[in-house]
Design a protein around this ligand. Structure first.
Ligand code: PMP
Length: 401
């Protein structure tokens, strides 16, 4: 790469490939049990339904489905998303509050670009979704971290930080938060905490970017209403995705927000990709309309609950007692705290030589702390791989104590 480096923009030069990504690349084409990704189990893809839908869409709507479309999305899908998002408690919205994106990742990219300037004060959970952090890092904000607890982010601690910032005359721009089946922690914010966060947002006048990637994938207890459902002031920008409930390959996500914000998103997206692929949008609209997603979801939740249980049992059997872990109520990941002296980034190479990969947890902390933590995925590996992989990992951890 050195040859072309002088041609790269300053920003691109700052986008360093992470040492972890480089290490994980080594798993490609090798017999490694990977707990590193965040892939759905492919058996959850409703292949036959999608085949049928694509055929019918092409038979009846090809002149729109294969054509350019509006930047905010295909009207049929935006309408369906109004009723679909109501399943997460979000009502009082219409088609104009919906924006369709290429996965929720594109929405995160656009939202942080339209809102965050260098030096802006931004709150994130500790830990939080690493690719959102990476997008934010490029914007160069002042980060403030809120530790995640069983109940959700520690809002008392957040409130003290907010008070302090206010006393210094500093304004907070936004909080990025994953309230439901958090990635990577797997925890879900209690309803009381959700209300408390909404009060803080109102009192200190900041926006909330709510990433609800796993909102439909809670398999223990209820999935509490989203923050957007509690939002009376329009300060929540809600992100949903089809990746975990239909197919990530379709690359479809959506935003629910105040119309004014939607217009800004549209302006930005015009420069990125004009619009999200039309055919995929028609497929998703039909998948909601025909109840394909709604019928499939209970099966997906059952499968992930069973896989979660197998992983938790395996951890209980093979990991030393000194390891603390979450018991996720939804989503796809267990997060673990190893004894302080173990650096999980350093241990990854050895784990891969033994045939197992995971994501070292420090990538999920804005300040790269949490060097003794790891994220382990249970949605993609098979049940026997989970058992075998956790045994290998447990033996490796024991050998370090
Ligand atoms: N947010 C969270 C919390 C995620 O875990 C993911 C995917 N792993 C995304 C956003 C982005 O997903 P997609 O672009 O496929 O919607």
């Amino acid at each position: 790469m050195a040859k072309w480096q002088p041609f790269l923009s300053k920003q691109t030069n700052e986008l360093k490939s992470s040492e972890i990504r480089d290490l994980l690349k080594l798993t490609e084409g090798r017999e490694v049990i990977s707990f590193a990704g965040g892939l759905p189990d492919p058996s959850t893809f409703p292949v036959e339904d999608i085949k049928k839908i694509i055929d019918e869409v092409l038979d009846t709507k090809s002149s729109s489905a294969l054509q350019y479309t509006a930047t905010a999305g295909v009207s049929e899908l935006r309408k369906q998303l109004v009723s679909f998002t109501a399943l997460r408690g979000v009502t009082n919205i219409n088609e104009n509050n919906i924006f369709v994106s290429v996965g929720s990742q594109e929405a995160l990219f656009i939202i942080f670009n339209i809102l965050v300037d260098q030096g802006d004060h931004v709150f994130v959970e500790k830990p939080t979704y690493l690719t959102a952090l990476n997008v934010l890092r490029v914007r160069k904000p002042e980060f403030h971290g809120v530790p995640v607890t069983e109940k959700g982010p520690n809002l008392h601690e957040m409130e003290s930080q907010l008070k302090k910032l206010k006393s210094e005359g500093k304004r907070v721009k936004l909080m990025y938060v994953i309230p439901t089946a958090q990635n990577p922690a797997g925890t879900t914010m209690y309803l009381e905490e959700r209300k408390y966060l909404m009060e803080l947002a109102s009192a200190y006048d900041f926006l909330i970017v709510e990433d609800d990637a796993y909102g439909f994938l809670v398999f223990d207890g209820d999935s509490p209403p989203s923050l957007k459902a509690l939002d009376t002031e329009g300060r929540v920008i809600y992100l949903g995705t089809f990746s975990k409930i239909l197919s990530p390959g379709l690359r479809l996500g959506w935003v629910v927000a105040d119309e004014e914000i939607i217009r800004e998103l549209e302006l930005f997206k015009q420069n990125v990709d004009l619009h999200t692929p039309s055919l995929n949008q028609f497929v998703a609209a039909e998948a909601i309309k025909r109840g394909v997603i709604q019928t499939n979801l209970p099966k997906t939740r059952d499968l992930y609950r069973r896989k979660r249980d197998i992983m938790i049992d395996a951890i209980n059997n093979y990991f030393p007692d000194a390891v603390k872990r979450t018991k996720p109520v939804g989503g796809m990941f267990v997060f673990a705290w190893l004894p302080e002296k173990i650096d999980t980034t350093k241990m990854l190479q050895e784990a891969m030589e033994n045939g197992v990969a995971y994501v070292p947890g420090s990538s999920f902390f804005y300040d790269y702390s949490g060097r003794n933590t790891m994220r382990i995925n249970y949605s993609f590996p098979s049940k026997s791989q989970i058992e075998r992989g956790i045994e290998i990992l447990g033996n490796l951890i024991k050998s370090k104590l």
